[in-house]
Design a protein around this ligand. Structure first.
Ligand code: FAD
Ligand code: 2HG
Ligand code: ZN
Length: 475
């Protein structure tokens, strides 16, 4: 990013949003491009005429619009970036040089909902929170939840294989997505949109598109299995003195809460400081080194409360937690969740943020934060560790007054090498996008990346789909 911005700025250009004349500058400077300069403006206006005509004739947008656009772009070698809610944290959803942005924002219709099986079929541009609301009115809920729920699209969630706050309970989208439809780069439609729970007829092609970050095609519709909305939800926020106690709380809550455990998140005191300072949120507990948020969801309030109380008693008696608070009403539940869900927002208000999304054996999770803190010293404003404890997923964020190469070189490749050494993943749930594409080798073998490149070549021979993201070019 830095190199790219510096190049643009040295020519007096602002990289985003770019106009055609600015793009002209990029092309002249020899950056990769697949457009002929003279025709760019006419290509874009031809596309917009195509869109307007389509919208006028088809008030309810169908995938046919995407078919025509894909064919148009494929024939002319125009690069395309699919965009959902644009909440990507790795620069996956923004054009880098010459791509045409295709948004799913107008594809926001529920197609069907089966209230016996819980299978929801909808278009890719439905906002996650709206789907949850739609289902809530019918006694069901979405099997995933994340802080960006008010903006992100379900198509974007599939494209990134988003994890989030409920993965511990309902598992990954690789299990809950039943089928999908995608428009391929050449305009053909891949129809795998079934709603069956069991289907072992050949390769499971939908899995290729889950987590493909817009590099293979545009997901236009999907079918997803939704669980019943739990009638009883309880949340506890607990304070711990050491990370070793956080781990003991996790083990205890799995033992004691079993099938009603729906989330187990953790945050350190630095994360708490961020939400208190920048968002003025109130910490209901005395200051602690760590906080664990435990959520239970079930169908019998009395039974769940009893279980939660036994768990809390044991956690206190064993000295795992030093303080705690429990919420059973919606208002307090939301305010406890806000402390955890809004950390990303608070960090953005602290300064420039270096973001890392890592998974590793859970007992190693916090050692990396401590080592990073010691390494960067006072050159950072904050070194913050939090995440999805139940999934072994750490969000390590380092804030600074501004981006500096010195800080970057203290962090990278250190963070990636550390993670790889401990057999972790350098992108647990956010994907690789533009920012992390070239770091893929820390988590995947050369052989595995080679097969990914071959798959990409087969489905997108002209390389028009999100070309600068996720999969590095073949050597
Ligand atoms: P976009 O950002 O628009 O796109 C993401 C990628 O998918 C891009 O590569 C894009 O090209 C591609 N894409 C989008 N739509 C399609 C489509 N229809 N077909 C093909 N490709 C497509 N992520 C988590 O996993 N867990 C979290 O807990 C979490 N919390 C977050 C909290 C906040 C406050 C924020 C800002 C982000 C968070 N994220 C989280 C990251 C982000 O929200 C997810 O990656 C989300 O799934 C992206 O959805 P989107 O619709 O915004 O996609
Ligand atoms: C979360 O779990 C998100 O809050 C965002 O995945 C993490 O901003 C981050 O690093
Ligand atoms: Zn997360």
């Amino acid at each position: 990013w830095k190199a790219f911005f510096t190049r643009c700025e040295s020519r007096g250009q602002t990289p985003f949003p770019y106009s055609h004349s600015k793009l002209f500058g990029f092309l002249q400077s020899g950056l990769e491009a697949r457009l002929s300069l003279g025709s760019l403006k006419s290509q874009v206006s031809a596309l917009s005429v195509l869109f307007q005509r389509r919208i006028a004739t088809k008030p309810q947008l169908k995938e046919s619009l995407y078919v025509e656009t894909s064919m148009y772009c494929n024939e002319r070698g125009l690069a395309v970036t699919p965009q959902g809610g644009n909440t990507s944290l790795v620069g996956g959803s923004v054009p880098v040089f010459d791509e045409i942005l295709i948004s799913t924002a107008l594809m926001d219709q529920v197609i069907s909902f089966d209230d016996v099986s819980g299978a929801l079929v909808c278009q890719a541009g439905c906002v996650l929170e709206s789907l949850n609301q739609y289902l809530g009115e019918r006694g069901y809920t979405m099997p995933l939840d994340l802080g960006a729920k008010g903006s992100c699209h379900i198509g974007g969630n599939l494209a990134t294989n988003a994890g989030g706050l409920r993965l511990l309970r309902y598992g990954s989208l690789r299990g809950t997505v039943l089928g999908l439809e995608a428009v391929l780069p050449d305009g053909s439609v891949l129809d795998c949109l079934n709603s069956l729970r069991k289907d072992n007829t050949g390769y499971d092609l939908k899995q290729l598109f889950i987590g493909s970050e817009g590099t293979l095609g545009i997901i236009t519709a999907l079918s997803i299995l939704c669980p019943r909305k739990p009638s009883a939800v309880n949340v506890a926020l607990l304070g711990c003195e050491h990370f070793s106690k956080v781990l003991q709380v996790f083990t205890l809550c799995r033992d004691q809460l079993g099938e009603i455990l729906s989330a187990c998140e953790f945050m350190d005191s630095e994360s708490m400081r961020m939400v208190q300072t920048h968002l003025k949120l109130i910490n209901p507990l005395p200051d602690n080194a760590f906080y664990v948020l435990v959520e239970t969801s079930g169908s019998c309030g009395k039974h769940d409360e009893e279980k939660l109380n036994i768990f809390l008693e044991k956690a206190i008696d064993s000295g795992f937690v030093t303080s705690g608070t429990v919420a059973t009403n919606q208002g307090k539940i939301m305010s406890l969740w806000a402390l955890r869900e809004r950390i990303t927002e608070a960090l953005a208000l602290d300064g420039y943020v270096f973001k890392y999304d890592l998974s590793m054996p859970v007992e190693k999770l916090y050692a990396l934060v401590e080592e990073t803190r010691a390494r960067v010293g006072s050159s950072a404003l904050g070194v913050v560790g939090y995440g999805h404890l139940g999934d072994g997923n750490l969000h390590l964020n380092i804030t600074a007054k501004s981006h500096t190469d010195t800080l970057l070189s203290a962090l990278e490749p250190f963070v990636y090498e550390w993670t790889s050494k401990h057999h972790g993943s350098i992108s647990a749930e956010h994907g690789l996008g533009f920012k992390k594409r070239d770091h893929i080798y820390y988590s995947k073998s050369r052989g595995a990346v080679h097969i990914m490149q071959q798959l990409k070549q087969m489905l997108d021979p002209k390389g028009i789909m999100n070309p600068y993201k996720t999969i590095p070019p073949a050597d």
